[in-house]
Write a protein that binds this ligand. Structure first.
Ligand code: N01
Length: 500
């Protein structure tokens, strides 16, 4: 086993770091993690908006190989999760493999040599036998396509690019969108701002968040009692996993709907406001949100909920669906990310110079969400249909890493120049997947970021996560075209441009 392949990993979030750890543990040392930001953490580095926190319990939303007995709360905050990832980078000695401020701007496959040539925004070009994209499923902020967006003269920013230099105290602030980001932001900024206008197009279904500080004795137990942390992880895993039954059998969602309605009623006594906040689609069709402080924030005197969404922007404010304009000093776009379409992580040209965008023009698809026909030696982490509505993405990421490791070990052992998933295998897999998705709650009566404009769900895994884990345990060479003759690539072929 030579372990001499060059491996380029794009992104230093959970996916890229997890991949780095596993490569190191298996003796692959020729890997580099390229990150466009100034450090590790991915989404947990970038999303610094007030109130940013995870909606999956941290004892589960963390690596199985680096469990943390010291989480301060049940649901980790952005800063705590970022600290955890910094710790992972240090503990597993990933820093020497890390190149920050390196944004991948293109990757091209050279069929003759079986290598990828990857270009970065600073002019560096590297050659690698394998490219692993851990660029993230929700990393490209989307702005709404509404008239006047370029005419607005105040301060406008997206939730994922929070402007900490902008003081919101006493200002008139318009928040557009009521998804997972907005419902965390609104309760934090409402007490500061002069007036908060919240533009809601579709009300989300919201359930209470069972969050609390982790008690000192629990931390002691997790630290010292053998198996206690694993038992907690298992308990959380099985509780969350049961929710799959609801998502895949929409008729089972009724009790959740009743619980959400009861919660709304207990928090919002005003029937008018309650009516505006009651969704009219099946619970679970869009992501179910967890929050205890969102509804109370909407009852403040300085907060106005505007139904129908934002129809346009003007130089000085936002126009609602009824044509009423409200002035705004600051507009915060909580309008989500490009997720279901236009999602090649960066321009990628595969075999025959075909672009991934072109291969995905009818919606992204891959085999096991990881490999794509026409793109040999390229692996996607959090690729098509690997997202979850019910449990920890870190579990899915670790499953994908298992699969990629299994593929890399076989490439190394049999000196394979290339591995490329067979077209018929990818096609059959996606046909079955889409049939299964058709019967789920996500395919009922709503539009969501899970689906393309034509209604194809290209983001979610429609089954138990342990079923995905079982399928990704081993790389099956018979599902791939294999080419012998691996030649280790050269790494950097063109150094970065010097800053002058
Ligand atoms: O984005 P979203 P997000 N006028 O796409 C609305 C993860 N995440 O950033 O529903 C008014 O959910 C749009 O309305 P509609 C998590 O996976 C996790 O909040 O399309 N509104 C919607 O309300 C999450 O699902 C955490 O009708 C307009 C909102 O913008 C994903 O990231 C925290 C509009 C976009 O919501 C994305 O969440 C944060 C308009 N003209 C994020 N145009 C946690 O772990 C669009 N909208 C807690």
């Amino acid at each position: 086993m030579a372990r001499d392949m060059q491996i380029a990993i794009i992104g230093a979030g959970f996916a890229g770091l997890g991949m780095g750890v596993r490569l190191k543990q298996a003796g692959f040392e020729n890997f580099t993690i390229y990150e466009k930001e100034d450090g590790v953490g991915g989404t947990w580095r970038v999303n610094t908006y007030p109130g940013a926190a995870c909606d999956v319990q941290s004892h589960l939303y963390s690596f199985s190989f680096e469990q943390n007995p010291d989480w301060s709360r049940m649901f980790g905050t952005q800063q705590e999760i970022l600290d955890y990832l910094e710790h992972v980078a240090d503990k597993f000695q990933l820093r020497p493999h890390l190149r920050c401020h390196r944004e991948a701007v293109g990757a091209e496959y050279d069929e003759r040599q079986g290598i990828w040539r990857i270009s970065f925004s600073d002019g560096e070009v590297v050659e690698a036998n394998v490219v692993v994209s851990g660029a993230g499923g929700l990393s490209r902020p989307a702005l709404p396509n509404i008239p006047g967006i370029d005419d607005y003269e105040g301060t406008m920013f997206h939730s994922a690019r929070w402007r900490h230099d902008v003081d919101l105290t006493g200002k008139r602030v318009a928040v557009i969108g009521t998804g997972a980001s907005a419902i965390q932001i609104v309760p934090q900024i409402a007490p500061l701002v002069g007036k908060l206008d919240l533009y809601q197009r579709t009300p989300p279904w919201i359930l209470p968040k069972p969050d609390r500080p982790v008690r000192d004795w629990e931390k002691l137990l997790y630290r010292h009692a053998p198996g206690a942390l694993t038992a907690q992880r298992l308990r959380l895993y099985s509780t969350l996993e049961l929710r799959v039954l609801g998502f895949t059998h929409p008729q089972v969602m009724k009790p959740f709907e009743l619980a959400a309605k009861r919660f709304l009623k207990s928090q919002v006594p005003d029937p008018e406001l309650r009516k505006k906040l009651t969704p009219n689609y099946t619970i679970g069709c869009k992501r179910i949100l967890l929050a205890n402080d969102y509804y109370p924030a909407l009852m403040r005197d300085n907060v106005e909920l505007i139904s129908g969404g934002a129809a346009a922007l003007t130089a000085g404010g936002v126009v609602d669906k009824q044509g009423v304009e409200r002035p705004a000093d600051v507009v915060v776009m909580c309008t989500g990310f490009y997720a279901a379409e236009n999602v090649a992580p960066f321009p990628i040209l595969g075999r025959g110079g075909r672009s991934l965008d072109d291969a995905w023009r009818d919606g992204p698809e891959a085999y096991l969400g990881t490999t794509v026909h026409g793109f040999p030696n390229a692996f996607l982490i959090v690729g098509p249909n690997t997202g979850l509505g019910h449990s920890s993405m870190v579990y899915m990421i670790e499953s994908q890493i298992n699969y990629i490791m299994s593929a890399l070990k076989q490439m190394d052992l049999f000196r394979l120049k290339s591995v490329e998933v067979r077209e018929d295998v990818q096609h059959r897999y996606n046909e079955r997947l889409q049939k299964r998705l058709a019967r789920t709650v996500w395919n009922t009566d709503c539009a969501s970021w899970y689906k393309t404009a034509s209604g194809k769900n290209t983001t979610l895994w429609p089954s138990f996560t342990f079923a995905y884990r079982a399928r990704t345990r081993l790389f099956q060479p018979w599902n791939y075209h294999l080419e012998p003759g691996l030649q280790p690539a050269r790494g950097t072929v063109q150094p970065p441009r010097l800053e002058v």
